[in-house]
Design a protein around this ligand. Structure first.
Ligand code: C2E
Ligand code: MG
Ligand code: MG
Ligand code: MG
Length: 283
């Protein structure tokens, strides 16, 4: 343990996080350049209404094609972006690109409620005032109704600093944007506790959804869904990979699902074609 900043904050030394590692520094420099050159792409994965299998919205998921390392998973470069502060620019660019796509999607089909977009927000973004500022900017630059934009925040992020997170989330809610609790079930918290935060949706982590129908999974899913509904929240199930998954989720009362059964993360153009096209979603 190392004491830092003279205060009572203790920082735990985590070897994997060392920012002075050559690889890490090189990756950070590459990422900075990629952001400047606007080489970070955003893919969109459909979120489907289970009752009629229509598209309710899309989740924005970043991709980076590294010149030497190839396509990188956000799980590998988001931590680098967070540690270096690059997440602020990166996050703004994802918000900006996504809202612009949302405008074109909403023009393409008139539905009630309109198609929404859901954007992931990480801790460094949430714990800075820039997020509210950025969100206001993005909303005022586009004609999108605030309610069509949702932010996805993991429960573990909220648990890191519940008081501060609550303040920020209330500001987001007051702007009219939606709030989804992401990856529910992977952290240490309970829905009953988290209902004190202004979430309107929970996303059940894919680990509870994939290969369901076996063991205790249906029981766990059923109780998460029931509690979410009692607390007035909608439920999105992540990782619906098969038609059987989708059917079971619907039978359990889940309203929305996302997963390879309905579509992988796709380009904005593919998303547009999917919305405009007459073809119903498979699965
Ligand atoms: P997440 O928000 O939980 O996103 C869902 C992940 O599950 C995505 O991985 C998606 O491609 C994957 N997935 C979707 N359907 C299925 C399925 O049926 N089966 C399986 N096995 N996987 C499925 P991806 O795109 O690699 O993103 C990983 C994580 O990176 C995200 O998890 C999110 O936490 C983070 N992330 C992605 N984009 C952003 C971003 O713009 N900002 C921030 N802060 N984080 C992001
Ligand atoms: Mg997410
Ligand atoms: Mg998720
Ligand atoms: Mg997840």
């Amino acid at each position: 343990h190392a004491k830092k900043h003279g205060g009572d904050r203790i920082e735990v030394f985590r070897p994997a996080m060392r920012s002075d590692q050559p690889d890490r520094l090189a990756l950070e420099a590459d990422l900075r350049r990629a952001i400047e050159r606007d080489e970070i792409k955003v893919l969109y994965q459909p979120i489907v209404r289970l009752e009629d299998r229509t598209i309710a919205g899309f989740e924005a998921l970043v991709r980076w094609d590294h010149p030497r390392l190839g396509r990188m998973s956000p799980r590998d470069f988001i931590p680098v972006a967070e540690d270096s502060g690059l997440i602020v620019d990166l996050g703004l660019s994802v918000l900006d690109k996504t809202t612009r796509q949302l405008v074109t999607w909403q023009r393409l089909v008139e539905s009630d409620p309109p198609i929404f977009a859901s954007v992931n927000v990480s801790s460094r973004q949430l714990l800075r005032h820039d997020l509210i500022h950025d969100l206001k900017g993005v909303l005022s630059r586009s004609a999108v109704a605030p309610g069509s934009l949702k932010l996805e925040i993991t429960e573990s992020l909220v648990m890191e600093n519940p008081e501060y997170a609550a303040q920020m989330l209330i500001q987001v809610r007051d702007l009219g944007a939606g709030l989804s609790m992401d990856d529910f079930g992977t952290g240490y918290s309970s829905l009953a506790y988290l209902q004190r935060f202004p979430f309107d949706t929970i996303k059940i982590d894919q680990s509870f959804v994939r290969q369901n129908g076996s063991g205790a999974r249906p029981v766990i899913l059923r109780s998460i869904i029931a509690m979410a509904h009692d607390l007035g929240m909608d439920v999105v199930a992540e990782g619906a990979e098969t038609d059987a998954d989708a059917a079971e989720l619907f039978a359990l009362g889940c309203e929305y699902a996302q997963g390879y059964a309905f579509g992988e993360p796709m380009t904005a153009e593919e998303a547009r074609r999917l919305i405009a096209g007459p073809v119903r979603l498979r699965a």
